[in-house]
Design a protein. Structure first.
Length: 492
């Protein structure tokens, strides 16, 4: 019998053995409380263990301190006590050839005198459900006894089994009987306890001694170990699955994920019979927001933190490129960081992380990483305003600009429109415009406009002045000369 962190084992001539199973994978050393005779069965209720003690009847042991059990009292029975079940204020004892013994334990330190209801066979096992006691009655099969008035049990109603009924467990509308002489499990419909149904039999390879039902499975202790039988359809039990033990299995109790099996002379075997199915996805407790960086960025990263009791691996996928990180093991509560490669082109990049756990549960998170270009080109060199003399030749203008994504440039002459371009330009490479020769004297304003691929632009204007600062040149001049007074017809 299992209660809390302890297994209570009816250990024959050693009495009651109490074993710490707080860690089922590492049971503690047994603590013993001897009984008068041979302990055959045990049931725990509250602070007391009730032991079916063979020829000595019922033994009551205080277990309020499980590590220090204390023998309190014995109530002898007329038969041989094999099994015991406690319900309310009464202990129901499978008392061998005396049948069912009912003992008032409202005061566990002073049990009442047994009341008997004899059975036709030999009472080995006992289970109480509602107003009925179900007795594994040896060659008489299953005996059903009305105990609505515990001090006046009704006459047994029998349902024969194929062999000898030894162990009994009731779940829902069915009684499950361990039938040791024919080596099998018998399932009997008891939806009407006054008229039990015909047994459905599932054979096993060894003698069946004890049975316990948990969920959709019957766990049967037989000579060859532990047999597990699917009873999701009680009318059609599944084929037994076996787990060998080091000796003859005599009884079994299931608690949580473990079956506790009493093994003849080998003591207690603990067998994991369930693996908890983890249905919970990991939880992302911290995730990056969508963000935008400027083209030419460097040193950007993404970081997530997830939690799960059983973390497995994570992957990071870049949409359109596939997996870029992982599968890599992760630790619950510890951030994982991914370094984004530097200098992606302008565009939108979607990263998706996928955290999985050991049971295949997963959670994803996506972040949008945008590389933008909102910066105008930069002019790193430009000509100064320029004045030339009328009649100039061979004049030009040169600019140099930079941008990660250069597109085109144009040069406009004020009043005349575009005089060059649109023409592609290269970041950091000088572009030169040759001014036509022979402009008339005047002021000419040139404006250059550099654009990039994303519509950003910068302009620069230069004033080109054609001037005339040269005095006239006298190429022919007369000499000084003297004429006679009264001259005529002279010229210069």
């Amino acid at each position: 019998y299992v209660s809390g962190d302890y297994a209570y084992v009816a250990d024959d001539t050693s009495g009651l053995a109490v074993i710490d199973i707080s860690d089922p994978t590492n049971p503690g050393t047994p603590v013993y409380e001897d009984t008068t005779d041979s302990a055959r069965g045990v049931y725990v209720s509250g602070d007391y263990a009730y032991v079916a003690d063979w020829d000595s009847g019922l033994a009551v042991i205080e277990i309020s301190e499980s590590i220090n059990p204390e023998y309190l009292y014995r109530e002898d029975t007329t038969g041989e006590a094999w099994g015991v079940y406690v319900s309310g204020d009464y202990a129901y004892v499978a008392d061998g050839d005396s049948g069912l013994a009912v003992i008032d334990i409202s005061d566990p330190t002073n049990p009442g005198t047994p009341v008997y209801e004899d059975t036709a066979g030999y009472a080995y096992g006992i289970y109480v459900s509602g107003d009925y006691a179900y007795v594994a009655d040896g060659i008489s099969g299953l005996a059903v006894i009305d105990i609505s008035d515990p001090i006046n049990p009704g006459a047994p109603i029998y349902e024969a089994t194929t062999g000898s009924a030894y162990g009994i467990c009731v779940s829902g509308d069915y009684a499950y009987v361990a039938d040791w002489t024919i080596s099998g499990l018998e399932v009997i419909n008891i939806s009407d306890p006054t008229n039990p149904g015909t047994p459905v039999y599932e054979a096993m390879t060894g003698s069946a001694y004890g049975v316990y039902v948990s969920g959709d499975y019957a766990y049967v202790a037989d000579l060859n170990g532990l047999a597990v039988i699917n009873i999701s359809d009680p009318t059609n039990p599944g084929t037994p699955i076996y787990e060998d033990t080091s000796g003859e299995s005599r009884d079994v109790y299931v608690s949580g994920d473990y079956a506790y099996v009493a093994i003849g002379t080998s003591g207690l075997a603990v067998i994991q019979v369930r693996k908890r199915v983890d249905m919970e996805d990991p939880i992302i407790s911290n995730a990056p927001n969508d963000f935008t960086v400027e083209a030419g960025y460097a040193g950007q990263n993404l970081s997530w933190t997830a939690t799960d009791p059983h973390p497995n691996t994570y992957t990071i996928e870049l949409q359109g490129s596939g997996i870029v990180a992982g599968p890599t093991a992760w630790t619950s509560g510890v951030a994982i960081t991914y370094n984004i490669p530097d200098s992606f082109a302008v565009g939108i990049y979607i990263y998706t992380v996928n955290f999985t756990d050991d049971s295949g549960n997963s959670i994803i998170d996506s972040v949008t990483f945008t590389v933008g270009d909102t910066t105008n080109p930069t002019i790193i060199s430009a000509p100064s305003d320029l004045t030339v003399e009328f009649g100039y030749t061979g004049q030009n203008l040169s600019w140099n600009a930079t941008d990660p994504n250069p597109n085109t440039y144009t040069i406009e002459l004020q009043g005349s429109g575009i005089v060059a371009g649109p023409t592609a330009w290269t970041s950091g490479v000088i572009i030169t415009y040759n001014i036509p020769d022979g402009f008339a004297v005047g002021v000419y304003v040139y404006t250059i406009n550099f654009t990039d691929d994303y519509g950003n632009s910068i302009i620069d204007s230069i004033t080109f002045t054609v001037g005339d600062t040269t005095n006239p040149v006298i190429t022919v001049s007369p000499n000084n000369f003297t004429v006679e007074y009264g001259y005529t017809g002279q010229s210069l």
